[in-house]
Ligand binder design. Structure first.
Ligand SMILES: [Mn+2]
Length: 343
């Protein structure tokens, strides 16, 4: 049996709304990841099963390795078809807002969503949800929004409503948001849900390969280069840093997503508790990714030194300076957080 998480009186409210709704739009955050795409498509497939008109509208495309997700071909992308997307949003009775906590996370699309008079239902696991939503299922304790969608639809219609397609979407979101169940994945409910999903008869190992074994040769070589030539260890501080300049990214023909996950790699080194990756997206503009293990608060480092924030073990930020200056900033940061890094 699953432990209770979502509020059943709110589920009843959603049920009523769905019963009387004509048109529904499901959306997720900009630069959608496996959880954003998986949770949206799971919910979309469920609502389609109810016989409603439903559209998934995303601010921009998800990575190629998610294009096999059931119904992925029917998604409307705001950055490509803004007029059509705006029309759908304006005509909807309900907007399901998945995997983000403030409407501004939709980027340019947020204008159309804020202007809509539709009932906005939030389903999300990020901290600090805004009050822009009419109904909120906000549960930072959930491993993923996909887990919450599973809980929502089974609370609405029981396990029978979970089709083979829906199960694959939900599994993908749960898997990607936990690094294939290597973090944020301690709650036993996660595995009770997975067992229920596997009953629907899909091949979870195949999903793993579709999502994670998708490198191009140039990406593999870039990863090797980064690891062999660009990894720096601050042993005294149990900290690792990888930097990639704009020139280096160009040299390896890096495209969006090619450095995904690189920041996690140094955490595999014995003793490393804090891993940083600086990627010079454009000359002078540096994207900062931070990862940690245990209690080391990346988000505090991100907020204080890198104009960013995020979760305790996974945060990000942005700098407008040279790579040398960024590295010096990190040196100051680890000096400041020395006691937490060396315990
Ligand atoms: Mn998520």
């Amino acid at each position: 049996m699953l432990e209770n998480m979502i509020d059943l009186s709110q589920v009843a409210v959603v049920k009523k709304m769905l019963d009387s709704a004509g048109r529904v739009v499901v959306m997720a955050h900009k630069n959608p990841d496996g959880d954003a795409a998986g949770s949206s498509l799971a919910l979309c497939n469920y609502i389609m099963g109810l016989g409603k008109e439903v559209t998934v509208v995303l601010p921009n495309a998800f990575p190629d390795f998610l294009s096999w997700l059931p119904s992925a071909g029917s998604v409307l992308f705001y950055d490509v078809e803004a007029d059509k997307a705006t029309e759908k949003i304006a005509a909807a009775d309900i907007l399901f807002c998945l995997d983000f906590n403030v409407i501004s996370r939709l980027g340019d699309m947020s204008v159309a969503v804020s202007a809509s008079k539709a009932t906005k239902v939030l389903v999300d696991h990020h901290l600090f949800p805004s009050n822009e939503f009419d109904v909120s299922f906000s549960h930072p304790e959930a491993c993923s929004t996909s887990e919450l969608v599973y809980r929502l639809i089974t609370a609405l219609s029981g396990d029978e409503c979970v089709t083979h397609d829906i199960a694959q979407c939900i599994y993908t979101g749960m898997m990607t948001d936990t690094g294939a169940f290597t973090y944020a994945s301690m709650r036993k409910d996660i595995y009770i849900i997975i067992a229920a999903l596997l009953n629907k008869g899909f091949d979870k190992d195949k999903i793993y390969r579709k999502v994670f074994f998708n490198y191009t040769v140039s990406r593999m070589k870039l990863m090797g280069y980064a690891m062999y030539r660009k990894l720096k260890l601050y042993n005294k501080y149990n900290t690792a840093l990888i930097t990639l300049s704009h020139e280096e990214l160009m040299r390896f023909f890096a495209v969006k997503g090619d450095t995904e996950g690189l920041v996690n790699q140094p955490l595999q080194i014995k003793g490393v508790r804090f891993s940083c990756f600086f990627r010079e997206e454009q000359p002078g503009k540096i994207n900062v990714s931070l990862r940690s293990v245990d209690d080391f608060p990346c988000n505090e480092v991100a907020a204080e030194f890198f104009n960013g924030g995020g979760h305790k073990n996974a945060s990000g930020g942005e700098l407008h300076c040279s790579m040398d200056e960024a590295v010096r900033l990190l040196q100051r940061a680890i000096q400041k957080f020395k006691s937490e890094l060396t315990m």
